[in-house]
Design a protein around this ligand. Structure first.
Ligand SMILES: [Zn+2]
Length: 508
C-alpha cells in the first residue's frame, strides 16, 4: 500500500502534537489479508504523517469490531511496556478492503520520553492517591493499580492509575498520580456517569441467609414466601442509567422488553414473588462475580468478558438453566423454584460462559464436560463461601436444589457438595457429567483450602487459558501447576502435586 498523497484526504489537526487527529475523505487502494493486516499495512505506509514509528512497535492491536459495512480496527499505544492513557489509533476498513478513515490519538514519536522514570513504589502511590480524596479515607478500598503514561499538554508523564472504591457514600474514584513526583494529575468519580442502584437479593440463597430450610417449606414441601431476614440489600454497580437492568458487565435484554422491569430511579427492591426479582438476582450476581475476577487481575487487556454477558432470565418453563455458546446467552428456567432465585445457580452457569470466553468449545469430551460442571460448582461455592454459615460452605445450590437435596437425603440439603473424597478411579462409576464433575470440584475445593480463596481462584481461572475443549483432569491439574509457576514462581507446587496425587489424577 502506498502512502496517502498530499491533498488526497481531509484532516483534523491535533491540538498539541502537530500530527493529524483524523484523516478522512479518501479511499485507499484495495488491501489484502484480514482487516487487522490491512490496517497495519496502512499505518506503516503512513507512519510519518501520523507520527508513528515505522515498525509499529509502539502500537498493540486491541480488537477488531465488525459492523455491517466495515471492520473497525483499534490499536493502543504502548511505551516502555505501559499503556499511554487514551492513546488509541483506529483504522476503519470497508468491506471492499479499502481504508476510508483513521483516527489518531497517539503521542508522536519525537515527543515520547526517552526514559521511563517510574520512581515511586506501589505503596507510596496508593497512599498519595488516598490523600487526594477528601473525607473518610479509612472506608476507601483499593481496587486496582496500573502504571501508565498520562498525557499533559505535549508531554507524557510517568503515572499511576489507582482505582478506589468507597461504599458510603458509594463512589468509585480513579486517581492519576505522577509516578515520579507523587503529585496528583487528575481524579474523577467514575460512577458519576454510570448509574448505581439499590436492590434486594438472596446472597446466595434464603436457606443460607436463615441458616436452615425448615421455615421455608410448607408441610407438603412447597416453597413458602421467604421472610425479610432472607434478603440482603445491596448496591447495583455499573448500570447503564436507562432504568433497565443492563450495564457494563451484564444485560438482561434478551429477556424481552415485555417481561423486563424498568425503574428510572434504579430502586429494585422486590420480593422473590415479584416479577423482576430474578432479573435483579442475575444482574447483581453476574456483575459481582465479574468485578471479583477484575479484582483478581482479569481486567483491562486481560479481561475475560469483552462485552456484557447476555441473559434471558425466564427463558423456559422447565426447571433447567444453560449457557449457549452459539448464542453467547445464559438462560434460566422458572420450573419448580425459579433457577435465578439462587445465586449459586447463576454463578454455576456463569462458569460455563467464562470457560467459553477463555476456551471456545469447552467440554467436548466426557472428562472435559465433567470439568465444566465441576468448575461451575467450585466457582459458586468459592465465591459465596464467606457469605454462608460454615456447614453450608461445601454445599452448592441450597435453594434451587433444596427439594432434590431433600429427596436425596443430603444434610444439609443442596443440589451437590464440593467436599467428597472421590478419586479419579471413581470416574464413570458416576452416571453423568454433573456427578463426575464432583470429583473435579472436590479437587479444586481442596486446592482452595490449601491456598486460600483468592489465590486458588486466580490460579484456577488462569489455568483455563492453556486448556482446550477435549482436555482431561490430568491436563487440568498440570495447567494449575503451570499457572502457579507463572504467577508465583511455583511456591505451591509440592502442595498442589500432593492434592492431585491423592486424587489419583496424573501424571502431574
Ligand atoms: Zn452446568
Amino acid at each position: 500500500m502506498r502512502k496517502l498523497k498530499k491533498r488526497s484526504y481531509k484532516t483534523v489537526p491535533g491540538e498539541f502534537y502537530g500530527t493529524p487527529k483524523e484523516l478522512w475523505g479518501f479511499r485507499s487502494p484495495r488491501g489484502a489479508g484480514r482487516p487487522a493486516d490491512i490496517a497495519e499495512i496502512f499505518l506503516r505506509a503512513n507512519a510519518e504523517l501520523l507520527g508513528l514509528t515505522d515498525d509499529m512497535s509502539g502500537l498493540e492491536l486491541q480488537k477488531v469490531i465488525p459492523s455491517l459495512g466495515a471492520h473497525h480496527v483499534i490499536f493502543q499505544q504502548i511505551h516502555f511496556g505501559r499503556r499511554v492513557h487514551r492513546a488509541y489509533v483506529t483504522v476503519h476498513v470497508g468491506n471492499d478492503d479499502r481504508v476510508y478513515l483513521t483516527k489518531n490519538r497517539a503521542m508522536p514519536r519525537e515527543l515520547l520520553p526517552l526514559k521511563a522514570e517510574f520512581r515511586l513504589g506501589e505503596k507510596d502511590l496508593i497512599r498519595r492517591a488516598r490523600c487526594c480524596l477528601s473525607r473518610n479515607r479509612r472506608r476507601v478500598r483499593v481496587q486496582d493499580v496500573e502504571e501508565m503514561w498520562f498525557p499533559k499538554g505535549a508531554r507524557l508523564m510517568p503515572a499511576c492509575r489507582v482505582r478506589l472504591e468507597r461504599s458510603r457514600p458509594v463512589e468509585e474514584w480513579i486517581v492519576y498520580v505522577n509516578a515520579k513526583t507523587g503529585r496528583m494529575l487528575s481524579k474523577c468519580d467514575n460512577l458519576a456517569a454510570a448509574a448505581r442502584g439499590r436492590a434486594r437479593v438472596f446472597e446466595p440463597s434464603p436457606v443460607t441467609a436463615i441458616g436452615g430450610h425448615e421455615t421455608l417449606l410448607t408441610e407438603k414441601l412447597r416453597p413458602r414466601r421467604p421472610p425479610s431476614a432472607a434478603y440482603k440489600t445491596v448496591t447495583l454497580w455499573g448500570l447503564a442509567g436507562n432504568g433497565y437492568l443492563e450495564g457494563k458487565r451484564v444485560t438482561t435484554r434478551p429477556t424481552g422488553s415485555k417481561r423486563r422491569v424498568r425503574r428510572t430511579g434504579h430502586q429494585f427492591l422486590f420480593d422473590s414473588t415479584d416479577k423482576g426479582f430474578e432479573e435483579v438476582m442475575v444482574y447483581h450476581h453476574i456483575d459481582s462475580a465479574i468485578r471479583y475476577l477484575e479484582r483478581l487481575g482479569f481486567r483491562g487487556r486481560r479481561a475475560i468478558f469483552r462485552a456484557p454477558v447476555r441473559v434471558n432470565v425466564n427463558g423456559t418453563r422447565d426447571d433447567d438453566s444453560w449457557y449457549s455458546p452459539w448464542y453467547k446467552l445464559l438462560t434460566f428456567g422458572i420450573g419448580s423454584i425459579d433457577d435465578a432465585e439462587d445465586g449459586e445457580t447463576i454463578v454455576h452457569e456463569l462458569g460455563h460462559a467464562l470457560q467459553d470466553a477463555i476456551t471456545p468449545d469447552f467440554g467436548q469430551s466426557e472428562e472435559a464436560a465433567a470439568m465444566g460442571e465441576g468448575f461451575g460448582d467450585y466457582f459458586a461455592a468459592s465465591i459465596f463461601a464467606d457469605a454462608k454459615p460454615e456447614r453450608y460452605q461445601p454445599c452448592v445450590i441450597t435453594w434451587d436444589g433444596l427439594l432434590i437435596g431433600l429427596a436425596d437425603g443430603l444434610d444439609p440439603p443442596c443440589l451437590r457438595r464440593v467436599d467428597n473424597d472421590w478419586t479419579y478411579a471413581d470416574f464413570r462409576k458416576k452416571d453423568s457429567e454433573h456427578n463426575n464433575g464432583e470429583i473435579w470440584s472436590a479437587t479444586l475445593w481442596q486446592v482452595r483450602k490449601e491456598l486460600g480463596g483468592e489465590e486458588a481462584d486466580r490460579l484456577i481461572v488462569e489455568s483455563h487459558f492453556q486448556l482446550d475443549g477435549f482436555t482431561t483432569f490430568a491436563r487440568g491439574a498440570r495447567a494449575i501447576i503451570d499457572a502457579d509457576q507463572n504467577l508465583n514462581g511455583g511456591v505451591n507446587r509440592t502442595a498442589l502435586r500432593k492434592i492431585f496425587k491423592d486424587r489419583e489424577i496424573g501424571p502431574v
